[in-house]
Design a protein around this ligand. Sequence first.
Ligand code: C3B
Length: 841
Amino acid sequence: VESSIPEHMREAWKKFSPTGFNSKETFQKEAVRHIETTLARSLYNCDEGAAYSGVALAFRDRLIMDWNKTQQRQTFADQKRIYYLSLEFLMGRALDNAMLNVGLKTVAKDGLAELGFRIEDVIQQEHDAALGNGGLGRLAACFLDSMASLNYAAWGYGLRYRYGIFKQEIENGYQVEIPDYWLDSNYWEFPRYDVTVDIQFYGWVNKYTDENGKQIVSWQDGEIVTAVAYDVPIPGYGTATVNNLRLWNSKASSGEFDFAKFNSGEYESAVADEQRAESISAVLYPNDNMERGKELRLKQQYFWCAASLHDIVRRFKKSKRPWKDFPDQVAIQLNDTHPTLAIVELQRILIDIEGLGWDDAWDIVTKTFGYTNHTVLPEALEKWSVPLIQHLLPRHLEIIYEINLHFLQQVERRFPKDRDMLGRVSVVEESQPKMIRMAYLAIIGSHKVNGVAELHSDLIKTTIFKDFVKIYGPDKFTNVTNGITPRRWLHQANPRLSELIASKLGSYEFLKDLTLLNKLEGFVDDKEFKKEWQEIKYANKVRLAQHIMAATGISVNPKALFDVQVKRMHEYKRQQLNIFGVIHRYLAIKAMSADERKKLAPRVSIFGGKAAPGYWMAKTIIHLINKVGDVVNNDKDVGDLLKVVFIPDYNVSKAEIIIPASDISEHISTAGTEASGTSNMKFVLNGGLVIGTLDGANIEITREIGEQNVFLFGNLSEDVEDLRHNHFYGNHQIDPELVKVFDTIKSGTFGDAGAFSSLVGAIADHGDYYLVSDDFNSYCKTQDLIDETYKNQEEWISKSITSVARMGFFTSDRCINEYADSIWNIEPLQVKEEAEVRART
Ligand code: C3B
């Protein structure tokens, strides 16, 4: 408040507040001004990169004006806020989204054309913001979009990695990782050098009684690293709300950078200290569904949790409310267990710094937090070794033990006869070394725990968290099925389809209320409409074919059936099942007569996805896909009937090209392993059909769009355990068709067979944990059914339209409203009418 301009001077100020642009001319004026002054370029020296920069800066100005007003409005309203803590925000590009959300894309398009640029080319200059691995990170980005679009007062908190997820290149069929330095020409962040938090590590715990006889606990010495805030504006669609994503950057605290050392000539060692501090936010860990227990990762987690909580507490304290009001003002959502230390940190702040009693503090903590679980895979469930936490965060370890003690006492009172229960649910795993089970800590410290699709939410209740359901009762556990933002994943990725839909529904209102799509069902028999629908798919396939040519040199026929599997490479997602199916198809084609070949629908099998750099098996699958491609694509017998493509460096902006171009996409995880999946929703929303197992959100998609519109196959999740058991203790027979595929690989058809022996061996000799062999037959049969169905284009298009019409449920807007209702207990903050109404183009 001290920093605000005195009342009587505000008129002078307001006179000069920027008003932004809303016409072609004013847009051009702003863009050219930025190009000539901010960037020091001229009309003799302006390439597409400079044009992008100028346009981005102009739109950034626009956003930040609304951002300022939103922040004022939210401060003034003094209502509850949502804080979404996520180590990953996979945002992709920002410019197109900003143009769309402020409703000025047409203005920019026309303005740019007059200045000599095509808007598509300019948009493509932007480097993806790739601060995430896959589904979990992209979900966080969709949530930010929905929270702003629905006018919730919401902040995202994350880390400002200097290097996002690595760039993938393919060399001789192998994945090669290239660092993704993305911060040059990033116009979408505002450094707040004045918003800093000092974060402590290491040191020791001092306990003493002060002069008033009070017990004091103080965490002393150790090392201090400073967190500096970088703010990223998050515009809502069709609203003036612009929320904030705050990313923390680590730097040496001024105390840490040792000037004495520096002056005394120990320059290198002073710089080394500085670099050590900066390394905390240097790089995103590239593992998806896999935790590796590295000390630097734990440092990242604490650094980010502590900085965020400090910020949240600082904001709350400005309101001068009593502490018991904290949960009425603050809802913190934990995106998986990565931010679980925030629970411990809030308890520490309340008892050690603010002087609350344990029980009062703990009551506040548990009312504040909600925890979302995103996986049941054992290798992804976080555990941290006790010695490591002891070393890095000695006070937090004490608090964790105390939380556990209180919890176990409560369990013992409720289940006095069940001694095993205590060992099973203890936060401390009695291993060597002892480990802290972060998911258990997250459950104990939260008032709600949710899974991300119905099957997944049921599974966590009956498997990994079964005991906790007994202890807390079923109401603590809930489901919120994931969703996606239709702004990016329909309108932005597939503008022509969006336009066609709008022409039938009369407006773009469906982008705000996706259930309106159901009106499309009225047009499934409209010949003209169906023709346009088909043409748009074809145009999207032509666009993808061009990208494939540019990226890989492979020529594909856009009239062929495009069969796509793009997602992180993981054994449980079973890209190996897909490529084995492709080999099976290749063998079948080779064995066909010329006549039979004529009847087959040509197909392009398209793969994309990154493997974690240390995940050998996933890398082997990439290698096999590429080697199969080399052989199949150059086989004269095959021609256009089958092409196999691996698109390198799958990311958000490539997804926007790939997804609208698919006829069939594959979501074929072993039943019970894929918590939800979200690309399945994106593909169907863009008029693609899916082949899938009864896993994750596939089940709910099927329920919504109808079984006749989905190609389902494979074993059910309830049978997986028995099947696995049989592989080890029964007589494990590999499917004979799969044996032929293996024999082909072993014969060296795709190069050195030794390169693939571990992949084949995992199935043939080591128990086939992911049930590839069990599902192979029904997978291949279902693929044959797809070929048949595709031949009847009329029927195919009807399925496509009907499916899109029934996808309303899967918007992240619905999902966020459910969180708001059942977990956060928060209402939107309405924006005044005049600001609300915006041109939507
Ligand atoms: C993913 C899951 O694997 C997906 O099924 C799910 O749709 C998304 O989260 C979003 O809920 N996930 C991930 O990307 N990374 C993890 N560490 C755990 C789950």
